[in-house]
Design a protein around this ligand. Structure first.
Ligand SMILES: Cc1cc2nc3c(=O)[nH]c(=O)nc-3n(C[C@H](O)[C@H](O)[C@H](O)COP(=O)(O)O)c2cc1C
Length: 166
């Protein structure tokens, strides 16, 4: 699928078929995430591929937004590795993880699958379910699968409400 077609076709998919996504496609989605740029190329992202019924059931308790998906990617970052800007010590792991999540989401669309960027969750519960140490912080989940229906993405603001030329 052509790049701009992917951007047009991507929408937040919240209903999935029961069919499992193959390991081959999962690997392509992971490649798209790993190819993302990160600050200083520190690559603080950590991606957890959740497929086991047990983990999926637990994730359902941590978020209302897992949409019965059989596959959930959890995207996190390592605060021991992420870049901290010298001038104000601002930490950029969340930005890196958001870029990784976005690239994975677009790859998911390009492969004919659907997903939704989900941050509404009990983050501490998710970190506990996955057994993560304190330095690994979860940003998002991507419930992923074959869409039950194809929908348009939500309406965007007009360009003139968003863009200013200076
Ligand atoms: C940072 C972020 C967090 C989001 N969290 C949730 C969420 O917790 N639950 C949900 O259903 N959708 C979530 N969304 C999806 C947005 O609601 C959706 O992207 C937006 O309404 C635009 O719709 P579209 O993706 O179909 O274009 C999130 C999106 C982003 C970028």
């Amino acid at each position: 699928m052509e790049f701009f077609e992917v951007l047009e076709k991507r929408y937040s998919c919240r209903s999935f078929k029961d069919t499992m996504v193959s390991d081959e496609l999962i690997n392509k989605i992971l490649d798209a995430g790993i190819l993302s740029p990160t600050a200083v190329n520190f690559q603080p992202e950590r991606i957890y591929v959740c497929k086991s019924k047990e983990i999926i059931e637990k994730l359902k308790e941590a978020s209302k937004y897992t949409f019965d998906a059989k596959l959930i990617f959890v995207i996190a970052y390592d605060t021991n590795i992420s870049w901290k800007r010298r001038s104000d010590n601002k930490e950029f792991g969340m930005v890196d993880a958001a870029i990784v999540t976005t690239n994975m989401m677009n790859a998911i669309t390009a492969l004919g699958l659907g997903s939704c960027f989900v941050c509404s969750m009990h983050q501490d519960m998710v970190e506990k379910i996955l057994g993560l140490p304190d330095n690994i912080k979860v940003l998002a989940m991507l419930p992923t699968g074959y869409p039950n229906e194809i929908k348009p993405h939500n309406k965007r603001k007009e360009k003139n409400e968003i863009v200013e030329y200076r």
